[in-house]
Design a protein around this ligand. Structure first.
Ligand code: T6T
Length: 334
């Protein structure tokens, strides 16, 4: 297969959203990501980032790129994040931002509705909100929503897993918790696509609360109850990590096929070892950069793009050493 064709086979264009993203970058008049300088309107504006989980390499990668872009655009930027995926942990961070009344807030809300009243209050006090990665159900919150096309990512995971499973056996989805816009969309896309494979039985979804140890024990109890288990879809990094651990503990690595979202270091190592078979990597850096640029446009009186879709990449052992692919591996530090 030619290089170009091979390259095309792993990029998952976020459909029209990706086209929109490209269009946005070109037509909104904003300087392209990474370029220096910003019109006077944005100079020294205060922008705060609150991520879903501070220690998560997906959000670390996003924050590093956003920090660099904010510096290049002359913004006063700081990043923070929850210690764990929990409304009661993220709410105090939001409250402290509300008190500081920054010019811009980039946030990955850990729930689609519980934090909306606080976000609406911040927005009505004049802070421009960019929703990055996760979002909220209320369409009035945020000048822009920037994320992967998570349903499409779930569909790709289902297609890849069905192929790995030779289109037969049982499969289970393990994810974080219900009520997260991104992982809910992945599950939707996955189960709708898997419904097209009549010889694959989809077991009830399990939730691990973003705890790898929980995912590890869940996969082992599933194996005990369903000896024909042939595949697993892991909804995010910690779940992918936990499933890899659980399969190794059960001596089933490589026998039970796994498609996992994201590409944090432990997932990449598990892919290399053959414990995971497919990673659906996102582009958290692009999400961070695009959010900074949309806020700069807004500070300069330009219209923001309501919805921006960023790229995802299907990574396997066979393409993971391609620099065009490995550039999507997440970082654990800047
Ligand atoms: O998968 C990402 C992110 O897109 C999702 O919203 C929450 O989990 C991650 O941060 C990975 O742990």
């Amino acid at each position: 297969m030619s290089d170009i064709r091979r390259r095309r086979t792993f990029l998952i264009a976020a459909g029209s959203a990706l086209a929109l993203a490209t269009t946005a970058a070109c037509s909104s008049g904003s300087t392209s990501p990474g370029s220096g300088g910003a019109a006077a309107g944005a100079a020294n504006k205060k922008v705060r980032l609150i991520t879903g989980v501070k220690s998560d390499p997906f959000y670390i990668t996003m924050a590093c790129a956003a920090q660099a872009e904010a510096k290049a655009k002359g913004l006063d930027f700081t990043a923070d994040g929850s210690a764990q995926w929990d409304v009661s942990v993220q709410r105090p961070l939001i409250d402290s931002v509300a008190a500081a009344r920054p010019d811009g807030l980039m946030i990955s809300p850990v729930d689609t509705s519980a934090l909306t009243p606080s976000l609406r209050q911040i927005q009505s006090a004049g802070t421009k909100i960019a929703l990055v990665d996760t979002s909220v159900t209320d369409p009035s919150v945020g000048i822009t929503r920037i994320s992967s096309d998570n349903e499409a990512g779930g569909r790709v995971a289902a297609k890849a897993l069905a192929q790995e499973m030779r289109d037969k056996g049982s499969v289970i989805v393990i994810s974080v918790k219900p009520g997260i816009s991104t992982t809910d969309a992945r599950i939707k896309g996955f189960t709708e696509e898997m419904a097209k494979h009549p010889h694959i039985k989809v077991l009830p979804t399990l939730y691990d609360n973003d705890q790898p140890a929980t995912a590890a024990s869940q996969i082992q109890s599933t194996l005990a109850a369903h000896p024909d288990l042939g595949g697993v879809f892991a909804g995010n990094t910690n779940t992918g990590q936990g499933i890899a651990t659980g399969l190794k503990q059960a001596h089933k690595q490589g026998k039970v096929k796994v498609a996992a979202f994201d590409a944090e270091p432990d997932e990449v190592s598990a892919l290399k070892a053959g414990t995971l078979q497919v990673l659906v990597a996102q582009d958290p850096a692009a999400i961070g950069v695009q959010a900074v640029d949309q806020l700069v446009d807004a500070f300069n009186g330009k219209p923001a793009k309501n919805q921006i879709g960023t790229t995802m990449v299907a990574i396997t052992k066979s393409n993971m050493n391609d620099p065009e692919v490995s550039k999507y591996f997440y970082k654990s530090s800047c």
